[in-house]
Design a protein around this ligand. Structure first.
Ligand SMILES: Cc1ncc(C[n+]2csc(CCOP(=O)(O)OP(=O)(O)O)c2C)c(N)n1
Ligand SMILES: [Mg+2]
Length: 269
């Protein structure tokens, strides 16, 4: 794949905004925080094929924070996996459900009940190792979902099985649904926790495309038996000043005025 991440991230943000506005959907803040990670991963790094989404040699990308589906549906449409998501999103009978669905081409796993993708990703990574496969397994987690014990079981499991083909990216935007991560259940020092569990931890600014790219390159070249965790420091609502770091934009859907103002800001007009 190659689409310039700088263009792709803007297109993801605009499409996520549009989907949430037009269909009255939630979880825009977490879609905006993960847009740059998705833009670099899909635009520059991942081996995925829109013409053959189930190609056996593809990289597997598990989007665990399934509530932020607007960003995922946007990036896959930009890559050409399908068209017309604007009409179908969040409609009765549509495959474009308001948490990601595996019925959608390019989505590996239906998620939304937090804490499920990493265990499945690790099992996939173990199977790939045993079969001598060279493709990679990426899992995008939210920070709030690290409250789920299933993740920590898997964080223990992966280095034990030398799963250096497994890459976790944590969208560390510091906010969950009803409060900050620090208030609800503190995670820091998160990178040190991964290291204590024998992971390679790389801490980056999750909006810096060069940093995301370098971290993913380092993860992809690993052959030392150590899984990689990229702790991506991000801002919930990134790109729209009145949404940034605001808890309300976890659930709020932009009304017409908010949509216009947000779009104008993203377009720099
Ligand atoms: C198992 C489970 N419990 C509760 C929820 C309800 N819920 C939806 S989003 C969310 C947390 C949102 O915060 P975070 O996980 O940090 O996501 P992000 O900030 O990336 O949007 C919760 C608790 C859920 N989806 N799954
Ligand atoms: Mg969060």
């Amino acid at each position: 794949m190659s689409m310039r991440p700088i263009d792709l991230s803007l297109r993801i943000r605009k499409k996520a905004l549009q989907l949430c506005h037009e269909k009255g959907a939630s979880h825009l803040g977490g879609a905006l925080s993960v847009a740059d990670v998705l833009a670099v991963l899909y635009g520059e790094v991942a081996n995925v094929n829109p013409k053959n989404p189930s190609d056996a040699s593809r990289d597997r990308i598990f989007f665990s924070k399934g509530h932020a589906c607007s960003a995922m549906y946007a990036v896959l449409q930009e890559l050409g996996f399908y068209s017309g998501v604007e009409d179908k999103f969040a409609q009765n009978g549509s495959i474009f459900t308001s948490h990601v669905s595996h019925m959608v081409p390019g989505i590996e796993l239906s998620t939304g009940s937090l804490g499920h993708a990493l265990p499945i990703a690790a099992g996939t990574a173990l199977a790939a190792k045993r079969k001598g496969e060279r493709w990679k397994i990426y899992t995008i987690l939210s920070d709030g979902e690290l409250d789920e014990g299933s993740n920590w079981e898997t964080i223990l499991f992966a280095p034990h099985h030398a799963l250096d083909n497994l890459v976790v990216i944590v969208d560390f935007n510091k906010i969950q649904s009803f409060g900050t991560v620090a208030e609800v259940l503190a995670l820091e020092p998160l990178a040190k926790k991964f290291e204590a569990f024998r992971w390679r931890a790389i801490e980056i600014d999750g909006h810096d495309h060069a940093a995301i790219s370098a971290a993913l390159a380092r993860a992809a070249s690993a052959s030392d038996g150590i899984p990689t965790a990229i702790v991506a420091h991000t801002i919930k609502g990134k790109g729209v000043s009145f949404m940034e770091n605001k808890l309300a934009w976890h659930y709020k859907s932009p009304n017409a005025d908010e949509y216009r103002a947000a779009l104008a800001e993203l377009e720099g007009v």
